[in-house]
Design a binder for this molecule. Structure first.
Ligand SMILES: Nc1ncnc2c1ncn2[C@@H]1O[C@H](COP(=O)(O)OP(=O)(O)OP(=O)(O)O)[C@@H](O)[C@H]1O
Ligand SMILES: [Zn+2]
Length: 444
């Protein structure tokens, strides 16, 4: 017999003793579980008299009652994005007495956020959004525990954060983040209240709730990045994310109180222009092979989401480098050329509406897409011909990407290139002009 098999006689058990001990262990385990559950219930916060006064107008509702309000007090909700949707949803949840609200955002408050992101005020411009959000929410309701996560959410940090919360609200603004949030909710088994808003339109639904479909079931392949707009490029009317964010708060409250009519398996469409709400039925069958049909251990959320979507996990501006250095000028060069009265045709290639918002007085407006039109090109040639000396052509846009595209486009036409000295664009565009030449020029 090898030494490893040597056993002291006192330590050996017969079959009967083994099954008796197993039973004892099982009973002890059950006892421990019961005590842990009891402890959890005892640890649950009860309502104070002040709570009852504060929330009396909603406690009185049969849907809420004392039990519902207790559930809200003991609930935790994570909101990703303290922007157009995250501001209204967090305001209503904090005011309703949700015990813990987590805020995720990696960005700072900008002036152009204020028309719709009502948690942030003028004095908060430049501040971290999560900090500004926490300040305002705590001012609204000091009893709510506001937890800040000042990070860019990705597949590596999301699970640890999500685990700490009961309900997740997607108030982000880009496709990559939507997939990360969806996949993490599926892995962590959390309901996802999803919303979006752009122009005058909004959408709302709840995924991964009581066996319902997930975002991937409906969108297994990401939309191409070119077809997706964002608030910065497409614009949004403030009340639209306001409406959707408030409805996200409503669905979250319904999930917490276990309301029977949570908006899952349906998609709510809001058309602000028409003042119209439409509800369309979604499938209640999970897509075969979808992530949400796998066991949680098999769900991988550390994939390269940016590669999968072909876009970034934020809607921050990407600088293109389409032109060579000698095909570009700085705003300082432009200023010099203009003050020296050099013959320059400055073409602002932004949308008409942007040109109407603000423009350089010496520029003309031809939208990038119009540069392909024959009629526009003929008019442009006429303008070039009207100069007494051979002019330079300078394209400009907001930040210096479309202006590079415009140079490429114009250089395709020898009728133009032959008649001008050179065609160049302005690095950094009008935003750079605003920073370096004229601080009163609006930056947007
Ligand atoms: N992966 C992410 N991690 C953390 N925060 C994110 C992530 N993706 C988006 N966000 C945040 O979600 C919020 C979305 O807000 P919103 O749609 O109103 O856009 P915005 O970025 O504030 O404004 P604009 O698009 O006009 O510049 C932003 O504050 C953004 O920083
Ligand atoms: Zn799915």
């Amino acid at each position: 017999m090898s030494s490893s098999c040597l056993v002291n006689n006192e330590d050996t058990f017969n079959d009967e003793e083994i099954s008796r001990l197993s039973l004892e262990i099982e009973l002890l385990k059950q006892e421990l579980n019961k005590k842990t559950e009891l402890l959890k219930t005892k640890q649950k916060k009860c309502l104070t008299k002040l709570d009852v006064s504060r929330y009396s107008r909603q406690i009185i509702l049969p849907e809420i009652g004392i039990e519902g309000q207790k559930k809200l007090k003991n609930a935790s909700v994570l909101i990703i994005g303290v922007g157009g949707l995250g501001c209204p949803s967090s305001m209503y949840l904090a005011s309703a007495g949700v015990g813990t609200i987590g805020l995720v955002d990696y960005d700072e408050v900008e002036l152009n956020n204020l028309h719709r992101q009502l948690l942030h005020g003028q004095c908060n411009v430049g501040m971290r959004k999560v900090e500004s959000g926490k300040l305002s929410l705590s001012r609204m309701n000091e009893d709510v525990n506001i937890v800040v996560h000042d990070v860019q959410l990705d597949g590596y940090n999301s699970l640890d954060i999500f685990k700490q919360y009961d309900v997740i609200i997607d108030a982000s603004d880009n496709l990559v983040t939507r997939y990360i949030i969806n996949d993490t909710c599926v892995k962590a088994g959390k309901p996802l209240v999803s919303g979006s808003a752009i122009h005058c339109d909004g959408q709302l639904t709840v995924y991964n709730y009581k066996g319902s479909v997930c975002f991937r079931c409906l969108h297994p392949k990401p939309q191409s990045p070119e077809t997706i707009g964002n608030c910065a490029s497409a614009g949004v009317l403030g009340p639209v994310p306001g409406v959707i964010g408030v409805l996200q708060a409503m669905e979250t409250i319904k999930i917490i109180i276990d309301h029977p009519n949570v908006l899952y398996n349906s998609l709510l469409l809001y058309d602000g222009g028409d003042c119209n709400f439409k509800k369309i039925k979604l499938t209640n069958v999970k897509r075969a092979g979808c992530l949400c049909t796998r066991s949680t251990e098999d769900i991988v959320i550390t994939m390269d989401y940016e590669e999968f979507c072909g876009s970034k996990a934020n809607d921050k501006f990407k600088t293109l480098n389409l032109l060579n250095e000698d095909e570009r000028i700085t705003v300082i060069d432009l200023n010099k050329l203009i003050s020296q009265n050099q013959p320059c045709l400055v073409i602002d290639v932004r949308k008409n509406v942007e040109y109407d918002m603000c423009h350089l007085p010496f520029s003309v407006n031809i939208q990038l897409n119009d540069l392909k039109r024959e009629k526009t090109l003929l008019e442009l040639i006429k303008q070039i011909n009207s100069y007494s000396k051979t002019p330079n052509v300078i394209t400009i846009c907001r930040r210096g990407n479309d202006s590079q595209r415009a140079v490429k486009e114009l250089k395709k036409y020898p009728q133009i290139t032959k008649k001008v000295n050179w065609i160049k664009d302005v690095i950094g565009g009008l935003n750079e002009w605003s920073m370096k030449i004229d601080k009163t020029f609006p930056m947007y």
